[in-house]
Design a protein around this ligand. Structure first.
Ligand code: MG
Length: 387
C-alpha cells in the first residue's frame, strides 16, 4: 500500500471539514482521518468518529465534549477537551498533515502549532494569515513545516506557479461577486440573511458566504495571497468573474496569463492539497463542458458599493495589528448580521469605526494579537449597541 497520509481535520463538522472527509472516504489507501476536532456539533462528530475511527477527537465546547465522551465510551477513539488539547495533538508523531478548516481568528494558534511541529499545514483558515501572517511565515521558514493553500483562489495561483522559473507581474484573484454584485446601493440596504446565504456558484459555510457577499472575503484573500506568494499588494488584483470557472490567474513578465479552471467545487482544491505533490485521479468530478459556455465575463470590482475590499487593502498597507482588527471587527459584524442585528450595508461601517478606535501596534507577538483581537471584538460589540 502507498504511504498513507495521516490527517488532522480541524473543524471536521464545518463545510470544508465535511468535504475533506468526503475525500478521505474516497481514498482510504492514501489518507487516514487521524484527528477530528469540532466545537459543538456533537451528533455529527460522533457519526464521523464512528465511521472514520480516528485516534482522537477534540471537542472545544464543554457540553458537547461530555456528550461525545459518553457516546464514544468503549471505542478506541480518545475524546479530548479544549483548545489546549488541539495544540497537544498537533505535536503527535501520528499526524502528518493538518487541515485547518476552522473559521476565524481561532485558527491562528493551531496553524502556528502545526508549523512549529514540522507538519504540512493545508490551510483553509484564511484568518490565520490575515491576522498573523508574519508569525505564520516566520514559523514556516524557521522549521520543516510547510503551507499548502486550500482556498480555491490560492490553490489556483499555486498550481499556476508550479514548474515556473519566472517573475510574477501580477496575481489576479477572481471573485464571483456574490449574489449582490449587480445590486444598486439602494437595493443593498434591504438585503436579508437568507438572500446573503444564497451564493450563486459556491456552496460554503455561513461566515464565508456573507464575506463573499460583502467582498470582504476577497479582501481577506488579497492579504492571504500577499503572505503566501510574497508579492506586494500592488501586484495583487481582483477581478469579478461571475461564472466562477477560472479560480484565479497569474500574469508573468512576458505578458502570459496562466489560469486554473474547473467547476466551483471545494473538493478539488482540498484533494490537491492532500495529495500534493501528486495530482490524483478524480473520476467523480464532473468534467467541464466547454461548449456550454458561450462567454466568460470579467468586471472591475464595484468599490463604491462594496467598500470592504478596499478596506482590506488599506489595512494590509498599514500593517502591524491592523489586519487583525479588521478581521475581528468583521467577525463581530458578520455574526451580528447573521443574528439579524445589523444591516448588510452597516457591516463595513462597523468595521471602519472599530479600526479607528483600536490602537496601532507595529510588530505584534501572538499574545499581543490575541489582546488586539479581544479588544477589537469588545469595541465592535460596544459600537454595535448603537446600531
Ligand atoms: Mg476563496
Amino acid at each position: 500500500m502507498a504511504f498513507q497520509k495521516r490527517i488532522a481535520v480541524l473543524g471536521s463538522t464545518g463545510s470544508i471539514g465535511i468535504q475533506t472527509l468526503d475525500i478521505i472516504r474516497k481514498y482510504p489507501g492514501f489518507f487516514k482521518a487521524q484527528i477530528l476536532t469540532a466545537r459543538s456539533s456533537s451528533d455529527l462528530l460522533i457519526r464521523q468518529a464512528l465511521e472514520f475511527q480516528p485516534e482522537a477527537v477534540v471537542v472545544t465546547s464543554r457540553d458537547a465534549w461530555q456528550v461525545v465522551r459518553d457516546a464514544l465510551e468503549g471505542t478506541p477513539v480518545q475524546v479530548l477537551y479544549g483548545n489546549d488539547s488541539i495544540a497537544e495533538v498537533l505535536a503527535w508523531d501520528t499526524v502528518d498533515l493538518v487541515l485547518n478548516a476552522l473559521v476565524g481568528f481561532i485558527g491562528l494558534e493551531p496553524s502556528l502549532a502545526a508549523l512549529s511541529n514540522h507538519k504540512i499545514l493545508a490551510l483553509a483558515n484564511k484568518e490565520s494569515l490575515v491576522a498573523g501572517g508574519h508569525l505564520v511565515l516566520r514559523e514556516a521558514t524557521a522549521g520543516k513545516g510547510s503551507i499548502l493553500p486550500v482556498d480555491s483562489e490560492h490553490s489556483a495561483v499555486f498550481q499556476c506557479l508550479r514548474g515556473e522559473q519566472a517573475t510574477i507581474e501580477k496575481i489576479i484573484l477572481t471573485a464571483s461577486g456574490g449574489p449582490f454584485f449587480r445590486h444598486s446601493a439602494r437595493e443593498l440596504e434591504s438585503i436579508t440573511k437568507a438572500e446573503a446565504l444564497d451564493h450563486p456558484t459556491w456552496n460554503m459555510g455561513a461566515k464565508v458566504t456573507v464575506d463573499s457577499a460583502t467582498l470582504m472575503n476577497k479582501g481577506l484573500e488579497v492579504i492571504e495571497a500577499y503572505w503566501l506568494f510574497g508579492q506586494p499588494l500592488s501586484r495583487i488584483e481582483v477581478m469579478i468573474h461571475p461564472q466562477s470557472l477560472i479560480h484565479s490567474m497569474v500574469q508573468f513578465t512576458d505578458g502570459t496569463i496562466k489560469a486554473q479552471m474547473g467547476y466551483p467545487d471545494m473538493h478539488l482544491p482540498i484533494l490537491y492539497a492532500l495529495s500534493f505533490p501528486r495530482r490524483m485521479d478524480y473520476p467523480d468530478a464532473p468534467r467541464m463542458e466547454l461548449a456550454h459556455f458561450r462567454s466568460m465575463e470579467f468586471h472591475m470590482p464595484p468599490a463604491d458599493r462594496f467598500p470592504c475590499l478596499e478596506m482590506a487593502y488599506q489595512a494590509m498597507k498599514t500593517g502591524g495589528n491592523t489586519p487583525c482588527v479588521l478581521n475581528a471587527a468583521n467577525e463581530v459584524a458578520v455574526d451580528a448580521f447573521l443574528h439579524e442585528r445589523l444591516n448588510f450595508t452597516a457591516i463595513p461601517k462597523l468595521i471602519s469605526q472599530t479600526l479607528e478606535k483600536v490602537s496601532y501596534i507595529a510588530d505584534p507577538t501572538f499574545s499581543i494579537l490575541k489582546e488586539t483581537h479581544e479588544e477589537a471584538q469588545r469595541v465592535a460589540q460596544i459600537l454595535l449597541a448603537s446600531y
